[in-house]
Design a protein around this ligand. Structure first.
Ligand code: ADP
Ligand code: LRH
Length: 480
């Protein structure tokens, strides 16, 4: 095969998309076949994902994509659907921002203290890790009936193919994987009474994952057989694979609903200092570890926009750029911002509580959010280097946030390092390249990155000085 087209299904927390990647010798082109919103739905029992709507969007996207050699699916992490003995979905998957995990960690830690849990799994503490979600679900009628658990991309893959598997990069976000063996953490599951038998066998990026079912072919107008290939099904794993870096001395920030800021390493960092700093060791392609911190990300802005009736973003960002920098900042790593609702008020409240000027207008609040994100990026990039003993010369930003020049420039200024921004659709590109690699069209991870650097034209932002102001802003937050 000398050239081929691949469909990447990439489900982000704010939108899903089906992208088509055309890969040939030294060429890589990505086009959008279909994009659809991803909006959680609040029902009496809590916040749920509309997975049927997402699946319908995928089918529509595959129809628009036209002939492809194979399909790969990636999505946000940690969430799952439960299947009954007949293989039917038991209810809508619970959203990771649902309140059901409040207070659950303390129950888990009574059996397995946080230090032991970190030593065994290397995962950050986040209330929504699958391990805590499954503990919260204990005793429910739904879990009692469940015979299978499929993470979201694995559920979509199952509906497309009829085949079940658990893709490793996403499994590493469950907190049930040992990052050293890259296999299940059996001891952790046993001590917490979690049945690993619910998960189908592990598969790895590049493994075959079946072919599109005849009904799917009929609905999408595609001619079979169309293969489905396991990719880095955690969107962040696919995005990191598509960071167009040369060498090893780089940090990355995947900016979308979340900012995931950190390093690519060859072994996990499981020290007590790393745990205290809440860095996570998730698994990447080819034996790599994604050593990173979760920062609230553009979620803060998305939620404000929702409250403000969705004003035009470009105009708002222009006005935000005119607001003086660093008047007030909030801790963009604070889990207090995890839940939806009343975001402008919560941000203003955090500024007031820390004795800073209170941002009032949408432009002022937007500036506060972007400065706060840049500040959190600075801190994560610095601390990751210190904790891993892995220095960097450049920060790569990928994901939707690369379209926000103010955020990219502020991050360069805050870090005191050049920022190389792009590609915006990194997760889809990483997804496509893993499929193409399975067909022998591209080489190893370094080869994939060279191809990306040559074909995806990133934008470079140089730091403009003034790091002392960022240091002072950081001190304002940490002094509290
Ligand atoms: P996810 O995959 O988590 O749904 P994306 O990577 O698609 O997120 O990024 C979405 C974010 O990118 C939006 O919330 C928005 O802040 C930012 N973004 C997208 N398009 C633009 C744009 N044209 N200008 C500025 N920011 C943008
Ligand atoms: C980003 C992401 C992130 C997870 C979060 C739940 O989309 O996958 O890596 O921590 O969603």
């Amino acid at each position: 095969m000398s050239a081929a087209s691949y469909a990447a299904v990439d489900l982000g927390a704010s939108s899903g998309r089906v992208m088509v990647g055309r890969v040939g010798p030294g060429t890589l082109e990505l086009t959008e076949a279909h994009r659809f919103p991803n909006r959680p739905v609040r029902v009496p029992e809590g916040l749920r994902w509309d997975v049927l709507g997402l699946y319908a969007g995928i089918l529509r996207g595959l129809r628009a994509a036209g002939p492809v050699a194979s399909v790969g699916v990636d999505s946000w992490a940690v969430d799952y659907g439960l299947l009954d003995a007949d293989g039917a979905l038991l209810g809508n998957p619970v959203h990771y921002r649902d309140a059901r995990t409040e207070g659950v960690a303390e129950r888990v830690w009574a059996t397995l203290p946080p230090a032991e849990l970190y030593a065994a799994t290397g995962l950050q503490y986040a209330p929504f890790n699958t391990l805590y979600q499954l503990t919260a679900a204990r005793g429910t009628a739904q879990l009692a009936q469940a015979r299978r658990l499929l993470l979201i991309p694995d559920l979509m893959t199952y509906w497309l193919t009829g085949e079940q598997g658990t893709e490793l990069t996403n499994a590493s976000t469950t907190q049930l994987i040992d990052p050293r063996t890259r296999d299940w953490a059996h001891g952790v599951a046993e001590r917490l009474g979690i049945d690993l038998g619910l998960f189908p066998p592990l598969r790895r990026p590049g493994d075959p994952a079946g072919v599109l079912r005849p009904e799917v072919l009929a609905e999408t107008g595609l001619t079979g057989p169309v293969r489905v290939t396991a990719v880095g099904s955690h969107d962040t794993a696919s995005a990191v694979a598509a960071v167009p870096a040369g060498g090893e001395r780089f940090a990355y920030i995947c900016t979308g609903t979340w900012s995931l800021a950190g390093l690519e390493l060859t072994a996990p960092v499981l020290t007590e200092a790393s745990r205290a700093a809440n860095f996570t060791n998730e698994l990447g392609l080819d034996g790599t570890v994604r050593y990173l911190r979760n920062i609230m990300g553009l979620w803060l802005l998305q939620e404000c926009l929702r409250e403000w009736g969705d004003p035009e973003l470009a105009g708002l960002l222009r006005r935000a750029a005119e607001v003086p920098a660093l008047r007030s900042v909030v801790d963009a790593g604070d889990a207090a911002f995890l839940a939806p609702g009343r975001m402008p008020e919560r941000i203003a409240g955090a500024c007031r509580a820390s004795g800073q000027p209170v941002p009032v207008t949408p432009a002022e609040i937007t500036r506060c959010i972007l400065d706060s994100l840049a500040l959190a990026h600075r801190r994560a990039v610095r601390e990751a280097q210190e904790l891993a003993g892995h220095p960097v010369d450049v920060v790569h930003i990928v994901g939707g946030g690369t379209r926000n020049a103010l955020l990219c420039q502020s991050t360069a200024d805050a870090c005191g390092l050049p920022v190389v921004a792009g590609p915006a659709e990194a997760a889809a590109l990483g997804n496509v390249l893993v499929q193409a690699r399975a067909d022998g069209l591209v080489g190893d991870l370094a080869g994939m990155r060279r191809l990306l650097a040559r074909t995806q034209a990133p934008v470079r932002y140089e730091p403009r000085g003034g790091t002392a102001r960022w240091r002072a802003a950081e001190a304002r937050l940490t002094a509290r």
